[in-house]
Design a protein around this ligand. Structure first.
Ligand code: DP6
Length: 342
């Protein structure tokens, strides 16, 4: 890795960054190495724009522990993950002191809205800056991957592929951009059907699935073909092809997870109603498709002209609490330090 410490970094030890969640169209589910957090399969996603995480990191020489505030609160399990992530940065920089971390999301946390993706992408970006580490985007993506797999993709904007990789050290299991957001500016309506934190987190869900689901090997064996299909659809801006492969990958991932023991059922009734509504709209000629991650929220991806119709249709469904609307956006980037309250 090409890393060096900048001795003269402006704003040294203190920096802030913003990153946005991404939504996988060809899903990541399963790990082949839990220490390096290497995925069992490659994946393809879109990075969003109007949902965000903003994170400020201040390293304090002499401080032994990290102090973490997430949306103004502290959470022990999340703090442990943040410390583990900061440890990777501290190792690179050769320092051992603690940090004050303050992070805010403008969307519900831990309810299947990819808060860990934007959260760890913003943390790695801000932490590296604060420590004066000069890291390429690919190197940031590798570090973000170790903190949470999907965070590897939020380092980049637009359409992004996270490669399975071949190397044992994981340095080639990295995300890279496929197409800019502006090159195919699809929109996304997010139907919020629950604001509760999910009961089984992704890491635990993947572990249980790999150990008990009889479909695990079929999932791994068929992923390369799905990635090829989705990549070609994106590069050709072929909406129908992307719709088909995305719904297929989503339903296949959930079928795999439902077949674990005990089965993982991330949907509620409203999630399923939303799926039917999206398919009915598409049958009527509206360019829209759905995807759902490890939670009950449904994301409807559509052509820009269809967004109001899609939002109205989802809002009508009993059990839908709110519908957010976002375009596709950029990758992780610096913000003025001090813009967030620490
Ligand atoms: C269903 O990235 O949250 O959203 O690597 O264990 O932190 P960890 O998992 P995480 O899993 C995301 C799973 C998914 C599909 C996806 O984003 O590709």
């Amino acid at each position: 890795m090409n890393l060096e410490r900048r001795a003269d970094a402006p704003g040294a030890l203190h920096a802030a960054s913003q990153a946005q969640p991404n939504i996988a169209l060809v899903k990541y589910w399963g790990k082949r190495d839990t220490v390096l957090n290497l995925p069992a399969v490659g994946s393809i996603s879109i990075t969003l724009d109007s949902l965000w995480t903003r994170t400020e990191v201040r390293f304090v020489p002499g401080q032994k522990h990290d102090q973490v505030s997430l949306n103004g609160r502290s959470d022990e399990a999340e703090s442990r993950r943040i410390t583990a992530c900061l440890d990777l940065l501290r190792q690179r920089a050769g320092v051992d002191y603690g940090a004050e971390v303050s992070s805010q999301n403008n969307f519900p946390t831990a309810a299947g809205l990819a808060s860990s993706a934007s959260g760890f992408a913003a943390l790695v970006h801000a932490g590296a800056q604060a420590l004066g580490l000069t890291l390429s985007l690919a190197e940031q993506s590798v570090l973000a991957r170790r903190c949470s797999g999907s965070a590897a993709r939020s380092i980049f904007g637009g359409y992004v592929e996270w490669a399975h990789g071949k190397l044992a050290d994981g340095t080639d299991s990295v995300a890279s951009p496929l197409l800019d957001a502006q090159a195919w500016p699809l929109r996304v309506a997010v139907a919020i059907t629950s604001k509760a934190a999910k009961q089984v987190g992704s890491s635990e869900g993947m572990r249980r699935t790999a150990q008990t689901s009889p479909y695990q090997s079929a999932w791994v064996d068929t992923q390369e073909a799905d990635l090829d299909t989705a990549r070609a659809a994106i590069l050709a801006r072929d909406f129908d092809a992307l719709a088909q492969i995305s719904e297929y990958s989503c339903l296949k991932m959930h079928a795999l997870a439902m077949a674990a023991q005990p089965g993982l059922l991330y949907w509620n009734g409203a999630t399923v109603e939303c799926m039917h509504r999206v398919r009915a709209l598409r049958q009527q000629g509206v360019p829209v498709f759905f995807t759902v991650d490890a939670g009950p929220q449904l994301k409807a991806v559509c052509a820009p002209a269809a967004i109001e119709q899609v939002k109205d249709a989802l809002r009508d469904i009993p059990g839908v609490l709110d519908v957010l609307d976002t375009g596709l956006g950029e990758g992780a980037r610096a913000m003025p330090a001090g813009a967030l309250q620490t």
